[in-house]
Design a protein around this ligand. Structure first.
Ligand code: ZN
Ligand code: ZN
Length: 254
């Protein structure tokens, strides 16, 4: 079926991109749809503000069947805002989350995934990675073994120009700009100022040595094609250096 309202990343993974204005630019608050045989798995549920838009696009992409499972990267509202609505709509939607206290977060019947572990969801294997870029505990990066897409929650984001809402990294002449990466991370991941950039680099290298990645799929940015990963990582580490240097505590004289 041809569906032009979602963007195909791999044979079975689609980007459902929605965004907010952020000052002069935009910030994505996306979700991703994985088709596994006749089952459909949604990564995150998106923001309440985009509910109608996301629901319409899911309807279309699934031929009206809706989704069978939601795998949540973390339970912040822009990621979890549509869980109840989608379950009301399509019923029997399995919820998978890493929350330490799912009942406190309204996720009482969630199946718990362990960060560092793996699970089958609708017969498809996912691994749950402890992210070096996260500002909350119980956030996980989700690796889909079938497509080799790594869903990175709030990590790997960037702001975008109003004309670039649909653009994947490979659609830019020179990739995602360092400025867009820097501004997003400075604004959203404020704790980055305390991070030692070489340690961040080592942590990322370790993940990419272990997992082959066809796409990095952030919730708040352009999907990054595997071929563009090194360029993005170089720019991210430069941005982390810059953020750390802006917050160096001056030495006090004796
Ligand atoms: Zn977020
Ligand atoms: Zn946009």
């Amino acid at each position: 079926m041809t569906d032009t309202t979602t963007i195909e990343l791999t044979d079975d993974v689609r980007w459902i991109n929605v965004c907010y204005p952020h000052e002069e630019r935009h910030e994505h608050v996306s979700v991703y749809l994985i088709e596994h045989g006749d089952r459909s798995i949604l990564i995150d549920s998106g923001s309440f503000y985009h509910r109608t838009d996301i629901r319409t696009r899911l309807e279309r992409a699934t031929g009206g069947d809706g989704i069978d499972a939601i795998v949540l990267s973390h339970s912040d509202y822009p990621h979890s805002g549509n869980i109840s609505a989608f379950r009301d709509e399509w019923g029997e939607v399995e919820l998978v989350a890493s929350s330490g206290s799912p009942e406190l977060q309204g996720l009482a019947d969630a199946r718990r995934c362990t960060i560092g572990g793996s699970l089958e969801v609708c017969g498809r294997r996912f691994s749950f990675i402890d992210p070096p870029l996260a500002d909350r505990s119980h956030t996980t990066w989700i690796y889909d073994h079938g497509s080799e897409v790594l869903f990175t929650a709030d990590g790997f984001g960037s702001y975008h120009e109003p004309g670039d809402c649909d653009t994947v990294s490979s659609g830019f002449d020179d990739g995602i700009t360092e400025t867009a990466i820097y501004e997003y991370h400075r604004h959203n991941l404020v704790w980055l100022r305390y991070v030692d950039p070489p340690k961040l680099r080592d942590a990322l290298d370790e993940i990419f040595a272990r997992y082959d990645v066809s796409f990095i799929a952030p919730i708040h940015g352009h999907p990054i094609h595997g071929d563009d990963r090194r360029q993005y990582c170089t720019r991210l580490l430069n941005a982390a250096d810059r953020i750390a240097s802006e917050h160096t505590v001056p030495e006090t004289p004796d």
